[in-house]
Design a protein around this ligand. Sequence first.
Ligand SMILES: Nc1ncnc2c1ncn2[C@@H]1O[C@H](COP(=O)(O)OP(=O)(O)OP(=O)(O)O)[C@@H](O)[C@H]1O
Length: 353
Amino acid sequence: MARIAFEALAHAYPGAAGHALKPMDMVWEHAGAYALLGPSGCGKTTLLNIVSGLLHPSEGRVLFDGRDVTGLPTERRNVAQVFQFPVVYDTMTVRENLAFPLRNRGVPAAAARARVEHVAGLLGLAARLDRRARNLGADEKQKISLGRGLVRDDVAAILFDEPLTVIDPHLKWELRARLKELHRQVPTTMIYVTHDQTEALTFADRVVVMSEGEVVQVGSPEALFEHPAHSFVGHFIGSPGMNFLSCAVEGREAVLPSGQRLALPRAYPPLRGKVELGIRPEFATVVREGGLPARLRRVEDLGRRRIARLEVEGMPLAATLPEGMPVPAEPRLAFDAVRLHVYADGWLAEGEG
Ligand SMILES: Nc1ncnc2c1ncn2[C@@H]1O[C@H](COP(=O)(O)OP(=O)(O)OP(=O)(O)O)[C@@H](O)[C@H]1O
C-alpha cells in the first residue's frame, strides 16, 4: 500500500482548449478508501489514468511513498486495476483466474490457494471456484475481475473504474457492502471512480468531488452532507440536493430579495459576487405557522419521507413535509438555523462565531 501525493498536478490533452484536470495538490493516505465522484466529463478517468500510469500528466508530479513515479509506466507502479467490464480468461476456472496475479508474482501455491479462497468467500464466489469462467453470467465475471484486483496484498493501490456498471441493480447493494468489508480486511489504498453518489458514499472514507476538471472538495461523506464546500457539492450530494436562495448577507442576517430577514448561525464579513443561502431539504420543514411564507407546487412521496416542492419569493425549494401532516393550503417554511450556510460565487463562506 502506498501514500499517493500529487504536486501541482494538471493535465491538458494535446490540442484541447484548457485543462481536463486543473492544477491541484492532494495527498491520499496509506490504506485509505477514496472515491472520485463527479458527473461525466469532470476529469475522474483522467486523474485515475495518471495514477495508474496510462496517462502522462502535462504538468506536475505523482509520488508513491515519496518516490516520483510520474515517468513510470503502469507495469512499474505495482497497481491493480478493475475496469467497468470484466477482464477474465474464459477458458480458466474461477480459481485459476483469481490465482493468476499471484502465480505471476511467484506466490507459493499454498499461500495463493488460501488467499484465493479467502477473496472468493468475501465476494460470494466460493461455490463457483471450480467452474469455468465462460459458463458464468456478467455479474459473476465482474466479481472475478474484482477478485483479481483484490487478491494481491502487496500492491501500492487498487484502482476501480466504475466497477459496478455491468452489475445487476439488485446485486449492486450487496457488492457495495462487500467491497467496503474487503477494504476493512485488506487495508490497501483503494481508489474508486464513480458518478454514483451512493456507491461513493458507501465505499469511501474520503470522497474527492470533481466538477469541470477541478477538485471542489475532499471530505468524509458526513462533511459533504453537512458542510458542502461548494454549491456543486450541495447539489450533487443528497437526494434531493441542497437548496440555494439568492440573498444578501449583513453580518448575522440573510436578507431575501423581498427584504425578509433570516437569522444566521454565524456572522459574515461583506461578501462579494453572487451570494446564496444554502439549506438541505432535511433541515427545511413545512410548518403551519411562523417561518417564511411559501407556495406549494407539489408533494413527492419518497416512501420513507415526503418532500414538498415549494416556491419562496419565486425561487424553488425542496422541504420536508412532517409525517402525518396534511398538506397545508398556505404552507410556511421553518429552517434549522444552525444548518444554514452562506455561499459566495459558489464557495462556502466562512462565518465567525
Ligand atoms: N483523449 C482525450 N483527448 C482529448 N480530450 C479528452 C480525452 N479524454 C478525455 N478528454 C476530455 O477531458 C475531460 C475529462 O474527461 P474524463 O474522461 O477524465 O472525465 P470523466 O469524469 O472520467 O467522465 P466519464 O465518467 O464520462 O468517463 C472531458 O472534457 C473529456 O472530453
